[in-house]
Design a protein around this ligand. Structure first.
Ligand SMILES: Nc1nc2c(ncn2[C@@H]2O[C@H](COP(=O)(O)OP(=O)(O)O)[C@@H](O)[C@H]2O)c(=O)[nH]1
Ligand SMILES: [Mg+2]
Length: 357
């Protein structure tokens, strides 16, 4: 899964990118890049302590740091949106932290203003793409194919929403899956899942408040965005501490989970993802799956051979294993289940695939 980090200049995009991926990027750097972030999941650690495997592997998300989005700047707009074309979701960073040595983001004195400015950029970009395509189809000097006629209808409906400064994701239900497929190649930004990350300073973080928070919350609810408050710079410093000291620091701040952990969870729920696990002496590993996927699809995530030669899957629940203490106990209680291809996998399932190729 790919996530594009997006926002106005100097809001903390690169700081959060570094926090998530552990990659160092020069401050004020405009270089954009991609990196992989471990999806922190306490369950993996606990399973690893139980099985003492040679390798412990976390699930990952891929992040792209993008150049600053500069309002009303065509070049910046196309640069940024080209970069996030293949992103499955967007992490939109807003700046609340005060720091006189870092210039304020473009005309965005408050997080709310930045949010409005950025969303307008999203809408404008989609409007441009949709309008171009409509014109191209309408000016075609030939009879349109059925598919194109349908596409034109969808695009015109979308244009109307966008002209009303609305996000397409709020009107998903107005379109069928087939209709959305017709426009999928345009990678419309206002259709992508969005997570709003407000970057706070330490005081704001402890107070759980910042200027314009009410307005931000209203808009976030209205648009069905996911929402998180982070303290990018400080969390990065905490992340660099030895693990034992980390928990202590977090506790002082009154939180039990690091920003990365909270963000991972939000990303998963916003993207409709779940985790399943494989365990053993060699390896304990977390895998990522779309909610609603079946046992054979989970097998395919591990290896295509496992899907091809799938016979049965053996499943136990993470919670059962941890509360009972061993696989043996789980089996004795009859909680180890043997399931077929079409069985729907749930978050926290521990899976062993029986296969034959
Ligand atoms: N005080 C404070 N400064 C921050 C925070 N996050 C980022 N900065 C600083 O703001 C400047 C711009 O950050 P950067 O991540 O490069 O912003 P970008 O332009 O959005 O990528 C850098 O000097 C950071 O150290 C924060 O949470 N608190
Ligand atoms: Mg940057």
């Amino acid at each position: 899964m790919k996530v594009g980090i997006i926002g106005l200049p100097q809001v903390g995009k690169t700081t959060i990118f570094s926090l998530l991926t552990g990659l160092e990027v020069e401050p004020y750097s405009t270089a954009h890049q991609k990196g992989v972030a471990k999806v922190f999941d306490k369950r993996v650690k606990i399973l690893s302590e139980m099985y003492q495997p040679k390798k412990t592997i976390y699930a990952t998300l891929e992040f792209y740091d993008t150049p600053p989005l500069i309002p009303n700047d065509q070049k910046s707009r196309s640069q940024v949106f080209n970069m996030v074309q293949n992103a499955d979701a967007l992490l939109l960073v807003l700046r609340a932290f005060k720091n006189d040595s870092v210039p304020f983001p473009e005309k965005g004195e408050t997080a709310y203003k930045q949010l409005k400015i950025t969303l307008d950029e999203f809408i404008f970009r989609d409007l441009e793409v949709v309008t171009n395509r409509i014109e191209k189809l309408e000016n075609a000097k030939r009879k349109l194919e059925n598919r194109e006629e349908n596409e034109l209808k969808v695009l015109k409906q979308m244009r109307e929403f966008l002209e009303n400064e609305d996000f397409l994701s709020r009107h998903r239900e107005d379109f069928s899956e087939d209709q959305l497929k017709l426009v999928s190649s345009y990678s419309l930004v206002t259709l992508k899942p969005v997570v709003i990350a407000v970057n706070l300073d330490e005081n704001q973080f402890v107070e759980k408040d910042y200027e314009s928070k009410n307005d931000v919350s209203k808009l976030v609810n209205n648009y069905n965005f996911a929402y998180i408050e982070l303290c990018g710079l400080m969390e990065k410093e905490i992340q660099e501490l030895p693990e034992e000291e980390r928990e202590e620091f977090l506790k002082d701040l009154g939180i039990t989970e690091s920003g990365i952990e909270r963000l991972s969870k939000i990303m998963y729920s916003q993207l409709g993802l779940i985790s399943f696990f494989t365990v053993g002496k060699d390896e304990v590993r977390a895998w990522t799956l779309k909610k609603g996927s079946t046992a054979v699809e989970a097998a395919g995530v591990i290896h295509s051979d496992l899907a091809r030669g799938f016979i049965k899957a053996e499943i136990m629940k993470y919670d059962d294993l941890v509360s009972l203490g061993s696989e043996k106990e789980v089996k004795e209680k009859g909680l180890m289940k043997l399931v077929g291809k079409e069985h729907v996998i749930e978050d926290g399932d521990i899976i062993t695939i029986r296969f034959n190729v």
